[in-house]
Design a protein around this ligand. Structure first.
Ligand SMILES: [Zn+2]
Ligand SMILES: [Zn+2]
Length: 260
C-alpha cells in the first residue's frame, strides 16, 4: 500500500492511498490545480482516482469538490450529515455525493474501508483502510480520542494522526478566547500531548509507523509536534528511527510518500 500526504493542516487536507491498482483520495481540501499537480508528481491523474472519501464538511477538507464535480465523474462519499451541509451551500453537489453513516464500511476496488465517528464540530469521521496485506489508520479533526477511535486504531501498520496544537502555544497565541476554547473543546482538535498518548499506546500494541497530521500553522511547529511525540515514545522504551518511525506531514505544497 502506498500512502501520500498531498497536503495536511488548516490550509487544506488531501491524502492519496493506493494499492493493487485502486487509488483513492481522503479529503479534497486544496485546489483542484494543486491536487492535479501533486498527482502528477506521483505519475497519476484525476482519471486514476477511483473514489474520494470526505472526512467532514469543513472547507479545508472539501475545497476542490465543486471543481472536481464540474470536470470529473469521480465518485465522492461523505457522511449523510456532511453531505447535507455541503449540499446546502453548494446545491449543485447534492447529486454528486454518495452518503454513508459513521460506522459504515465501504468497499472501493482493492480497499476494505471502515469509518468511525470523530468528535468534532462537524459530521466527522476517520477511516481504517485495509488492503489484502496492510492496514492504514487516519484520524484528524477530533477533540479527543474516544474509545471507539482507539479500538479502530489498534493493530494498524501505519497511523496518520492529528497533532494539531501545542497547548501552551495556543494559550499564549493571538487567537481570540472563543476560538481557543473551540480548539481545546471535546469537539475541537487534538493537541500534541493527546496525540503523543495515542501514538505511545499504539506503539505498545505493535504499530511501527506514524505520521503526525493537521498541524496548526499558528499554534504548532513541526519540531514541537515531533519532539513531544518522540519524547513520549522514548519514555515508553521505543527508539525513534530504529524500532518506531515518526514523521510530520508537510503543509500544503509538498508531498510525503510512504510504502507499507
Ligand atoms: Zn474540521
Ligand atoms: Zn480540518
Amino acid at each position: 500500500m502506498e500512502i501520500c500526504s498531498l497536503a495536511s493542516g488548516s490550509g487544506g487536507n488531501c491524502t492519496f492511498v493506493s494499492s493493487g491498482g485502486t487509488n483513492i483520495l481522503i479529503d479534497a481540501g486544496i485546489s483542484l490545480r494543486c491536487i492535479k499537480s501533486a498527482l502528477r508528481s506521483l505519475n497519476k491523474s484525476m482519471e486514476d482516482i477511483s473514489a474520494i472519501l470526505i472526512t467532514h464538511e469543513h472547507s479545508d477538507h472539501t475545497k476542490a469538490l465543486r471543481m472536481i464535480s464540474k470536470y470529473y465523474n469521480t465518485p465522492v462519499f461523505a457522511t449523510s450529515g456532511a453531505k447535507t451541509v455541503i449540499s446546502y451551500y453548494y446545491p449543485e453537489l447534492s447529486g454528486a455525493i454518495g452518503s454513508f453513516e459513521a460506522g459504515d464500511g465501504l468497499n472501493v476496488g482493492s480497499f476494505d474501508i471502515h469509518s468511525f465517528p470523530t468528535p468534532h464540530d462537524a459530521s466527522s469521521v476517520g477511516f481504517r483502510i485495509n488492503d489484502s496485506e496492510k492496514s492504514f489508520f487516519i484520524a484528524t479533526d477530533m477533540g479527543f480520542v474516544t474509545k471507539n477511535i482507539y479500538r479502530n486504531s489498534l493493530g494498524a501498520d501505519f497511523a496518520m494522526i492529528e497533532s494539531n496544537h501545542d497547548i501552551e502555544m495556543l494559550m499564549s497565541g493571538p487567537y481570540p478566547y472563543y476560538l481557543k476554547q473551540r480548539i481545546l473543546s471535546e469537539k475541537g482538535h487534538l493537541s500534541n500531548a493527546d496525540c503523543a498518548r495515542l501514538v505511545s499506546a499504539l506503539a505498545k500494541e505493535g504499530t511501527r509507523r506514524f505520521l503526525l497530521a493537521h498541524l496548526s500553522k499558528e499554534n504548532n511547529t513541526p519540531s514541537l509536534a515531533y519532539n513531544e511525540v518522540s519524547r513520549a515514545l522514548e519514555e515508553n522504551g521505543f527508539s525513534v528511527g530504529n524500532d518506531v518511525y515518526l514523521d510530520v506531514a508537510p503543509g500544503d505544497d509538498m508531498t510525503a510518500r510512504y510504502i507499507i
